[in-house]
Design a protein around this ligand. Structure first.
Ligand SMILES: NC(=O)c1ccc[n+]([C@@H]2O[C@H](COP(=O)([O-])OP(=O)(O)OC[C@H]3O[C@@H](n4cnc5c(N)ncnc54)[C@H](OP(=O)(O)O)[C@@H]3O)[C@@H](O)[C@H]2O)c1
Length: 211
């Protein structure tokens, strides 16, 4: 699959490493330009290519957005319209600046990114610390496989993302839509940063006990 990654920090580079390892065609971008990614792509190898954010958006059948929420207005919206976008972004007012609608919880960061980009957005990889994402992948059936909640309205898109999650060694758990469901794995939720199995995650979601 062709995967474009926007954001080459902790999450973007960790996902790039995983996706290259399992055989996908991956391009990666940051805000400073492809030249600044030479060291990273050399280290990861496997055909990973540095590109601009617009090129990553155009290239990917799946596009990962892994940037600070506060910078989402910089995304190349025309290239993301209707694309399957994986939104890893979280809102931190101290880092991103205050957004009154997120401060009063009248909407979610993912709903705002979807409204801005018109993408077919799936929220995933938001609640797992990047070090666990890097190190805690396990083969199916091995003990200690961690869950990754997945939210979105398009069931086919969610299935694609769930497949990627399984293939890199984690268990996807359906967390509903990106509104109510998305809140269950955003900062401040019980699932955020939790190191739980699929069963434990499912139980909390079904019991409505994630707030
Ligand atoms: N760290 C975690 O454990 C973790 C876990 C789950 C979710 N998240 C969330 O996932 C997102 C990424 O987190 P992170 O820890 O990977 O951040 P990070 O290490 O600070 O990296 C952010 C990346 O985004 C790039 N970027 C910023 N604005 C951009 C733009 N307009 N176009 C293209 N690239 C842009 C930066 O590039 P430049 O350096 O060139 O500006 C940098 O490569 C955040 O919203 C974060 O809250 C983080």
């Amino acid at each position: 699959m062709k995967i474009g990654i926007i954001g080459a920090g902790h999450i973007g580079s960790t996902l790039a490493r995983h996706f290259v390892r399992i055989g996908h065609d991956v391009v990666i971008s940051n805000s400073r330009g492809p030249d600044t990614l030479a060291g990273l792509v050399e280290e990861i190898g496997g055909g990973l290519r540095p590109v601009t954010a617009r090129e990553a958006a155009e290239y990917g059948q799946v596009v990962v957005v892994a940037i600070p929420y506060g910078r989402h207005k910089e995304l190349p919206t025309d290239a993301l319209k209707d694309k399957l976008v994986i939104d890893t972004c979280n809102y931190y007012a101290e880092r991103d600046g205050h957004d009154p609608e997120l401060d009063d919880d009248s909407t979610t960061s993912s709903e705002k990114i979807r409204a801005h980009t018109d993408a077919n957005l799936v929220k995933a990889f938001n609640a797992i610390h990047w070090r666990n994402l890097r190190d805690r992948g396990r083969n199916k059936g091995e003990a200690g496989r961690l869950a990754i909640p997945v939210s979105g309205t398009d069931t086919e898109a969610k299935a694609v993302v769930a497949g990627l999650i399984r293939d890199i060694g984690f268990d996807p758990v359906d967390a509903g839509d990106i509104g109510h469901g998305g809140r269950s794995h955003q900062p401040g939720s019980r699932l955020y940063g939790a190191e739980l199995s699929a069963e434990e995650t499912n139980d909390l979601i079904r019991a409505g006990a994630t707030a």
